[in-house]
Design a protein around this ligand. Structure first.
Ligand code: HEC
Length: 255
């Protein structure tokens, strides 16, 4: 009996908690962030890592990193328990989600130094239960920086709208009371997903930025983090079913 308790306890230690593990979003990291953190995610485009050899960059795309592993017939594939048919369904579903996932950014392309501008990021896609949005400088997977590293300041808390179009404060309310809420990283929560009915997660984040004090050209880009599987099975944690997708890069002239 005692042994059973010890074994159960040890097993419990290695069981990812479904609500607070990486699949389902990183619910503990309520701070500024950049997409390099999502090392397990596949990158929507090889162009996101121009600093790496082309073969490596290609290996990070869904075709190789995700579907390559789904189809791999031997360990370390975490998809071993699936039949060939189930594997093809995983791939087909992921491709459908990718085709329906997008992120856009809008902002004035000229600003005065130390002036306030509004930046609106709209994302749609993934499979929930949350989606992640980051405001960064460039569309670079491993080298983009939180926008505040480039001389911009985030003035106050971002306004977040959920899939239902209503204002949502759940993410920022996770901040320790009294700490600042002007984050560059937001999880938009409470997302419904129904591929049959064409229902995909969605969210809109409006950032108020104070422009840099030095004149020059500055980049603004949104990063969108989402998932494509939502499987509850063993090995889920190791699956490269997450995605990183960037918006267009905007160049803002600060005068
Ligand atoms: C250990 C691997 C791993 C790392 C590291 C990781 N993720 Fe993920 N993440 C996943 C997987 C797997 C999914 C996909 C779940 C799915 O397919 O639905 C995912 C999905 C997500 C989602 C969408 C929610 C969902 O369940 O679909 C968000 C948002 C997210 N990750 C954010 C992040 C952020 C931010 C970081 C860095 C702090 C990060 N992830 C690092 C594995 C990881």
């Amino acid at each position: 009996m005692k042994r059973l308790i010890v074994v159960s306890f040890v097993l419990l230690l290695f069981t990812p908690t479904t609500s607070f593990s990486y699949p389902n979003g990183t619910l503990f990291y309520v701070t500024d962030a950049a997409p390099f953190c999502a090392s397990c995610h596949s990158a929507a485009k090889a162009e996101y890592t121009p600093e790496l050899p082309p073969e490596f960059a290609k290996k990070e795309t869904p075709e190789m990193k995700h579907y390559g592993l789904v189809r791999m017939p031997a360990p370390p594939s975490p998809y071993m328990e699936l039949t060939d048919e189930q594997k093809e369904t995983v791939i087909k579903t992921a491709k459908m989600i990718d085709a329906n996932s997008s992120v856009t950014i809008t902002a004035p392309l000229r600003a005065k130094a130390n002036d306030e501008i509004k930046v609106v990021v709209k994302a749609k896609g993934g499979n929930g239960p949350v989606i992640g949005i980051m405001l960064v400088d460039r569309a670079l997977r491993f080298q983009s920086r939180p926008i505040t590293s480039e001389g911009w300041a985030i003035a106050g808390e971002p306004e977040v709208k959920g899939q239902d179009g209503k204002t949502q404060k759940t993410w920022l309310d996770r901040r320790i009371k009294g700490s600042k809420r002007n984050l560059n990283f937001i999880l938009v929560e409470g997302q419904k997903f129904d591929i049959e009915k064409n229902v995909y997660p969605a969210g809109e984040v409006t950032f108020t930025l104070k422009s840099p004090s030095q004149a020059g050209t500055y980049n603004l880009t949104a990063a969108f983090l989402y998932g494509t599987e939502n499987a509850g099975t063993a090995g889920f944690f190791q699956r490269p079913s997450g995605r990183i997708l960037f918006s267009d890069e905007l160049s803002i002239h600060v005068e």
